[in-house]
Design a protein. Structure first.
Lengths: 412, 226
């Protein structure tokens, strides 16, 4: 009866209840979204690179190097010479070295020139290696290995001919259309920017730039595929490279050697250290977002409290009736609290489902535009904890009208 | 004795020096039917709130069914009211968003039957006796006519088999015809169930239904009036 009374009373005031419900839903949505994105963004970044001891690039900020080499965010300031790479890669402490050459794209997806070592040693998440869903690594100059998202979104399968374009814009007019590439491998999904990347050999990158100068195609300067395959193409420069060391103990020594490299100004960073720098920068933003979502929640709670308080005025007769049939002031207090609880439970449910649906639909967009891989499953211990806190805050807010009713019930 | 008031004073807590009610003595015997009248603003509703235990007297002895209400706590008085006192208001007797049946179930919920409630059939039978058709039992209360609402209100007041029934200006919203219907329904029901009836109205024409007629100004003497 208690429950029925609260429910029917809410239904009776549909209009204001639905508006309050919407306000609560939006605020819970924002709160959970901020919290979830914050956590998942960190996860996503932290998962992208693992087992890499050092990342080396042209001298720039360590964050900048990390962002463009691993997350394909921003653009490289300068290239480094192939000679330096070979020199450092051949040092005794180095177990493996993965060169990275960026700068070209295919329909907005970045193209990365690298070597076969990449498929062997690059790992993500919890030390997981890349695996092929179909096909194999590139062996010819014009072979390309594509990430799973590209295969899925663009509908590419093995054997597909792919034309790369110069620069990173998806609408680039400078196409390397005279030299198409062939898809020979598709990687299994990783949930990292790898899924959005086309991998070609360094020779391939070099090949498509033959006959180009200063980023512009020279008329009559192009050559055909067979001619190129006969050339022994060797890159002159790369964007960055990743190093795996034989012993972790050597990391700082190697890092110092690279930073003091005398042939060329280089920068070596530890991915973990650079990531924590990133977190520190993001902390201010995170806290601001959190503050805003908490303020939105407080506004919604005050709205709920105001709605219930206003309803109590219209419910004077009802209160008197309930008192006369024997309802105690405590009962009336609890009735208001139950009404608030019903509203918050429903809006929590709505907020959580809205967020889940939103993440499922926006997931692809976030992955392709920002390289953020956000899980759509938001039910975690921290989210449940947050919802619990919201419910308690809601009961506290509802105590204002409930107490007012309690007091008036005592003196009726 | 159903009602026994002895030197009862009531003043609002924020103005204790201005009593709104001062009753040296007022007694209603068991099964008696009393018509109580007085102009509005003379403390009628305060008296009814005292009798039903919604308010406690500031000083004085107040016994209902030989139980000292003035010595009970708030919660005890609420329980007591639910089980022993029926109450019918002037209008808006029902919770508008519940149907007739649910309104009555609400009374049984707070009464001695508790959560198990009274059997639905029993309630429907009582309503039928009061000329409320079974179809109307499931209509939302605010869609019923005022006459029907008042009859449902009587059923609600009687469902817990109270010993005392307080009726507060029940007919002021009814026309002559419905008023007579209401009275001819209420009086025999009260007698039949051996219920003590306190009927409050300013409509003296209704006093013909009662043997005992009291004026509130006679039983309550306020200093301001002297």
């Amino acid at each position: 009866m208690f429950f029925k009374l609260a429910l029917k009373s809410l239904l009776n005031r549909r209009g204001s209840v639905i508006l309050t419900l919407m306000a609560m839903t939006v605020s819970i949505f924002v709160l959970l979204a901020v919290e979830h994105m914050r956590y998942q963004t960190k996860q996503s970044f932290a998962n992208t690179v693992s087992g890499v001891d050092l990342i080396v690039g042209a001298r720039t900020g360590s964050l900048n190097l990390l962002l463009y080499s691993v997350f394909r965010i921003g653009s490289p300031t300068n290239n480094i010479s192939w000679d330096s790479f070979e020199d450092i890669a051949s040092k005794p402490q180095v177990k493996w070295a993965i060169p990275i050459a960026l700068g070209d794209s295919h329909r907005g997806y970045p193209v990365m020139g690298t070597t076969g070592v990449y498929f062997e040693f690059f790992s993500y998440g919890n030390q997981r290696r890349l695996t092929f869903e179909q096909g194999h690594a590139f062996s010819q100059v014009f072979d390309v290995v594509i990430g799973s998202d590209i295969a899925r979104t663009l509908g590419y399968s093995l054997g597909e001919k792919v034309v790369l374009s110069h620069g990173l814009a998806s609408t680039s007019f400078s196409l390397h259309d005279d030299l198409p590439f062939k898809v020979v491998g598709i990687l299994a999904p990783t949930g990292t920017p790898v899924d959005q990347t086309l991998h070609v050999s360094l020779a391939g990158i070099k090949a498509i730039h033959i006959g180009w100068q200063q980023g512009v195609k020279i008329p009559g300067g192009s050559i055909n595929t067979t001619q190129i395959e006969q050339l022994k193409l060797k890159p002159e420069s790369i964007t960055a490279f990743m190093l795996g060391l034989k012993s972790r103990m050597a990391t700082f020594r190697v890092q110092r050697t690279i930073n003091e490299y005398d042939r060329e100004p280089l920068l070596a960073i530890l991915p973990g250290v650079a990531l924590s720098e990133l977190w520190q920068m993001m902390n201010v933003l995170e806290n601001t977002l959190r503050l805003i979502s908490v303020l939105i929640l407080i506004a919604a709670l005050l709205g709920l409290s105001a709605m219930l308080l206003a309803s109590i005025r219209e419910r004077n007769r009802e209160v008197q009736l309930l008192r006369v049939v024997g309802a105690s002031p405590i009962f009336l207090f609890l009735l208001i609290e139950l009404e608030a609880l019903l509203i918050i439970l429903l809006s929590s449910l709505l907020g959580v489902s809205l967020l889940s649906v939103g993440l499922i639909t926006a997931g692809d967009f976030l992955a392709s535009e920002y390289g953020l891989y956000i899980q759509s499953n938001i039910l975690s211990a921290s989210v449940l904890y947050l919802v619990l806190v919201v419910i308690i805050a809601n009961l506290v807010a509802a105590a204002i009208p409930a107490l007012s009713l309690y007091r008036s019930a005592k003196t009726v | 004795m159903t009602i026994n008031l002895n030197n009862v004073h009531y003043a609002y807590p924020d103005s204790l020096d201005k009593p709104v009610l001062n009753i040296p003595s007022w007694v209603v015997e068991s099964k008696e039917q009393v018509f109580l009248h007085g102009p509005s603003g003379c403390g009628k509703s305060t008296l009814l709130n005292l009798l039903s235990g919604m308010l406690a007297p500031t000083v004085g002895e107040l016994s209902i069914l030989d139980k000292r209400l003035d010595q009970m706590g708030q919660h005890q008085r609420d329980r007591f009211r639910a089980n022993h006192i029926g109450y019918v208001f002037q209008q808006f007797n029902l919770i508008s968003y519940l149907n007739a049946l649910e309104n009555i179930q609400l009374a049984t919920y707070f009464g001695k039957h508790g959560r198990s409630g009274v059997k639905q059939g029993e309630i429907e039978a009582l309503l039928e006796k009061l000329n409320v058709s079974p179809a109307d039992c499931y209509k939302q209360a605010n869609t019923l006519s005022i006459g029907q609402q008042q009859r449902v209100a009587i059923a609600r007041a009687l469902i817990n088999k109270p010993e005392l029934l307080i009726v507060d200006e029940p007919t002021s919203s009814l026309d002559q015809h419905n008023r007579d219907n209401f009275m001819s329904l209420l009086m025999p029901l009260a007698a039949e169930n051996s219920i003590t009836l306190v009927f409050v109205s300013h409509d003296l024409s209704l006093s013909r239904y009662f043997k005992r007629v009291d004026a509130l100004s006679d039983i309550s003497c306020l200093k301001g009036d002297e």
